[in-house]
Design a protein around this ligand. Structure first.
Ligand code: HEC
Ligand code: HEC
Length: 216
């Protein structure tokens, strides 16, 4: 029993060490051109440029992208393109994008990506059910490496919806399937409420269809 507990502690310590060791590769910058990204993102703005816009069937909020890690935005677009995430509209949106287009769009939408803040994180009190989650999504809701999505300020109903998608296979990410399967429905609401309340927060910038009136 005692040795089981001790080995659990060792495993946790190793996991922390691994996370702290990641910044070397995590800091590799994504090379995207936000000007080209803006030029090719006009179809996206019909949904992602309108604060509070909702997916109709089923009804849930379109995710906020401003402040997100651009590396994660690229990974998400690839997942829609290759079918790991099943969402018809996002599949057809992503299918025609090259890798460079994805990088360009990602830096355009991400803008100034939120950065993890150690002091703010210490002041946060995640619900007990989120104990597993903070290792990757941070107590301040900022993904600890650029491939882990930032959840701070994301729409609560979107977070609940996607946890369910990882459980039911609509999203087939192996890491998150394992995590989501451990979350009870009642806890999913509490975790989503916590992450969506955090500031600094992801945002949806009002982006009226500037491509119609602007040449730059
Ligand atoms: C018709 C509305 C609509 C359009 C147009 C649209 N999206 Fe989406 N987008 C959505 C919805 C709804 C989701 C959530 C899908 C899901 O449940 O996985 C989403 C999800 C995403 C995500 C995943 C965000 C996350 O946190 O995982 C990214 C990135 C994204 N869209 C980028 C784009 C880009 C880039 C374009 C244009 C090329 C675009 N979208 C066009 C509605 C739209
Ligand atoms: C080992 C790291 C790790 C842990 C621990 C983890 N996640 Fe994730 N999470 C990820 C990754 C990676 C993704 C992106 C998966 C994908 O491509 O769909 C993700 C995606 C998500 C998303 C979708 C975000 C979006 O913008 O669409 C939600 C919601 C989420 N996680 C919640 C949680 C919750 C709640 C927990 C704890 C029960 C948790 N995660 C634990 C790594 C992790």
């Amino acid at each position: 029993m005692a040795s089981w507990i001790r080995s659990g502690v060792v495993t946790a310590a190793l996991a922390c060490a691994a996370l702290q060791a990641t910044p070397t590769w995590a800091q590799e910058a994504l090379h995207g051109d936000p000007v080209h990204g803006k030029a090719i993102s006009y179809t996206c703005l019909g949904c992602h440029g309108i604060p509070g816009y909702r997916n109709a069937f089923p009804n849930y909020s379109v995710p906020k992208l401003e402040g997100q890690h651009p590396e994660y935005i690229v990974a998400a677009l690839q997942a829609y393109k290759n079918g790991e995430r099943s969402h018809m509209t996002m599949h057809s949106q992503a299918a025609s994008l090259s890798e460079q287009d994805m990088a360009d769009i990602a830096v355009f939408f991400a803008g100034k990506a939120l950065q993890a803040s150690a002091p703010a994180a210490a002041a946060n009190h995640p619900p007990a059910a989120a104990a597993l989650c903070v290792a990757c999504h941070g107590a301040d809701g900022v993904g600890v490496v650029p491939q882990y999505p930032t959840l701070a300020g994301q729409h609560q109903d979107y977070l609940v919806r996607e946890l369910a998608e990882y459980k039911n296979g609509g999203r087939r990410n192996a890491v998150m399937a394992g995590m989501a399967n451990q979350v009870k429905d009642a806890d999913a609401d509490a975790i989503a409420a916590y992450y969506s309340s955090l500031k600094p927060s992801l945002q949806t910038l009002e982006r009226p269809l500037t491509f119609l009136s602007s040449t730059h």
